[in-house]
Ligand binder design. Structure first.
Ligand code: CO
Length: 465
C-alpha cells in the first residue's frame, strides 16, 4: 500500500484555524527541515494567503512564494486556485488567468489545484490550459471537485465528473470536502467508484475535521485506494483544520504502508510549530471554537461557517426565535437553486436568502442581488435544474441565463495596461501588476508603503555616506 501526504500547515491549516494570519517570518526557519520530510507536496500558497499577505501582513505574496521556493528546493509546492475567479469571487478575463498561472509557476509553484465552486468545468478550462502551457517538468495540474451531498450528487455523477476532468487533460483528481461532511461510507463508495473509472490516475482526498469524521473517512478512503491525503502537522490539526500528519503516519505504518515520510523530521516540524500555535492562542488569533468538533453540521446538513454566519445575522436582527424555521428553509432554497455546493460564496447566499424568506413570511418577496446574478448565469451552470418559477420571477417569463464567461477583450492585455497606468511607478514588476488586478485597494496600499520604505532606506543610506 502506498499513501502520500500533502502537508497543509502553511495554507489550509493556517487559513482554517487562524484566518490565514501566519506571517512568513514565523516559519522561515523550519522550511529547510520541512524540505527533508518526504511529503508528496506542501500546500503553501493560494486560497486566502494572497489576500491576507497584502491586507493584514504587509507582505508581498510573490516574494513569500519565492522565499519558500528557495528554502524548499526539493519539495513540490502546491497552491489552491478558484479557476476563472483566481483567488477571489469574480470572473477574470482569460488573459489575466493565463498570466496569473504563468507567474505562479515562474515564482515557484509546482502543483496547481484548480476548482470551481459549482463544479462548472468551463470555469477551470483556461487555468488548466495555462498550466499546461507554462508547465515545467515538475508541474502538476490537479482537477478538483467541490464535494457536497444532495439528491443529484450521486457516486455516478461524481464518476462522470472525474471522467470529464481526465478527458480535459488534468494529471490528478482531488475531492475537496470543505465542510468535512464526507462520511467513511461515502468515502468508500466514492473512491471505489472513481478508481474503477479513472484507472491509475492519482486520486487525492482533501477533508476537514470539523464534524469529527475525517480520520475515519480517510482510513476508509485509503483502504479503498486513494493515493494522496491532505494532513496538517499535529499542533495545527483537528478542529476546522485537517487531520494530524504524525497520527496518520503512525497508524498507516502498522499496515506497512509506504508513505515516504521521515518520522524524525515530521516530529521536528511539529515541535517547531508548537510555540507558534501557543503564541496565537494567547493573543486570541486562534479561537478555541475552531479547535473543537462541531457535529451540528451533520444534524443541519450545512457547513459550520454557514451556521455561525446565520446565527450572527439573526442575532443582529433580534430574530433568534426564527432560527429553527430558517434552518428548515435552507434545503428548500438550495433545491430552488439547483443544489449548489454550500461553499463560499454560495453558502452565504443560500443562508441569507433562507433568513430573508422566513423573516418576510413569504418566499422570495425580497431577492438578493447575488441570487439574481446567480440566476442570470454569472456564477456558471447550476448542478441541477433550478426552480422554473423562481427563474421566471427573476429573468421574466421564458428568460434564460446567459453564458457569463467573459468573451470580450480576450487576451488583449487591456487589464494589464489599465493596472500599469493606475499604479504608475508603484509597479515594479508583472507580479505587482497582478496583485493590483486581483486586490486593487490592498495592493495599492501595500505598494505605496513599500515605496515609502524604499525611499526612506535610500535617504538613510545617503545620509550615512
Ligand atoms: Co480546505
Amino acid at each position: 500500500m502506498k499513501v502520500r501526504f500533502t502537508e497543509t500547515v502553511l495554507r489550509d491549516a493556517n487559513q482554517s484555524l487562524m484566518a490565514t494570519r501566519l506571517p512568513y517570518a514565523d516559519y522561515a526557519d523550519i522550511l529547510p527541515e520541512m524540505d527533508k520530510a518526504g511529503y508528496y507536496s506542501v500546500e503553501c500558497w493560494g486560497g486566502a494567503t494572497f489576500d491576507s499577505c497584502l491586507r493584514y501582513l504587509g507582505e508581498d505574496p510573490w516574494e513569500r512564494l519565492r522565499n519558500i521556493r528557495k528554502n524548499m528546493p526539493n519539495t513540490r509546492l502546491q497552491m489552491l486556485l478558484r479557476g476563472q475567479n483566481l483567488l477571489g469571487y469574480k470572473h477574470y478575463h482569460d488573459d489575466v488567468v493565463e498570466k496569473f498561472v504563468e507567474l505562479s509557476i515562474k515564482n515557484g509553484i509546482d502543483i496547481i489545484r484548480i476548482f470551481d465552486a459549482l463544479n462548472d468545468f468551463r470555469n477551470i478550462q483556461t487555468a488548466l490550459e495555462a498550466t499546461k502551457k507554462y508547465a515545467t517538468k515538475r508541474t502538476i495540474a490537479s482537477g478538483c471537485i467541490s464535494y457536497t451531498q444532495s439528491p443529484v450528487h450521486t457516486v455516478k455523477k461524481y464518476v462522470e465528473m472525474c471522467k470529464e476532468l481526465k478527458k480535459m487533460g488534468f494529471d490528478t483528481i482531488c475531492f475537496k470536502d470543505m465542510a468535512g461532511t464526507m462520511s467513511p461510507n461515502e468515502a468508500e463508495n466514492l473512491v471505489k467508484g472513481v478508481k474503477d473509472a479513472i484507472g491509475d490516475m492519482p486520486l487525492i482526498l482533501h477533508t476537514h475535521c470539523t464534524t469529527g469524521m475525517a480520520y475515519m473517512t480517510l482510513t476508509k478512503a485509503i483502504e479503498s485506494g486513494v493515493d494522496v491525503i491532505d494532513t496538517a502537522t499535529s499542533c495545527f490539526s483537528n478542529g476546522t483544520s485537517q487531520p494530524a500528519t504524525e497520527t496518520l503516519f503512525y497508524a498507516l505504518q502498522q499496515y506497512g504502508a509506504d508513505t515516504g515520510l521521515n518520522e524524525e523530521v515530521i516530529n521536528k516540524v511539529n515541535d517547531y510549530f508548537k510555540p507558534i500555535k501557543q503564541k496565537y492562542i494567547d493573543n486570541g488569533t486562534i479561537n478555541a471554537k475552531s479547535l473543537g468538533t462541531d457535529s451540528q453540521a451533520l444534524v443541519y446538513k450545512v457547513p459550520g461557517g454557514m451556521l455561525s454566519n446565520m446565527i450572527a445575522n439573526l442575532k443582529d436582527m433580534n430574530a433568534m426565535d426564527k432560527f429553527d424555521e430558517a434552518l428548515l428553509e435552507i434545503p428548500a432554497v438550495r433545491k430552488d437553486l439547483g443544489y449548489p455546493p454550500l461553499v463560499t460564496p454560495l453558502s452565504q447566499m443560500v443562508g441569507n436568502q433562507a433568513v430573508v424568506n422566513v423573516l418576510m413570511g413569504e418566499r422570495y418577496k425580497q431577492i438578493s442581488n447575488e441570487i439574481k446574478n446567480y440566476f442570470k448565469g454569472e456564477y456558471g451552470i447550476a448542478p441541477a435544474p433550478v426552480s422554473q418559477e423562481l427563474q421566471d420571477k427573476i429573468l421574466g417569463e421564458g428568460g434564460k441565463p446567459t453564458d457569463c464567461r467573459i468573451e470580450d477583450s480576450k487576451r488583449t492585455g487591456a487589464e494589464f495596461e489599465k493596472a500599469k497606468a493606475e499604479l504608475g511607478d508603484l509597479c515594479e514588476s508583472e507580479e505587482d501588476m497582478m496583485s493590483y488586478i486581483c486586490f486593487p485597494d490592498q495592493a495599492k496600499k501595500f505598494l505605496t508603503e513599500r515605496k515609502a520604505k524604499e525611499e526612506n532606506k535610500a535617504k538613510y543610506t545617503i545620509e550615512l555616506a
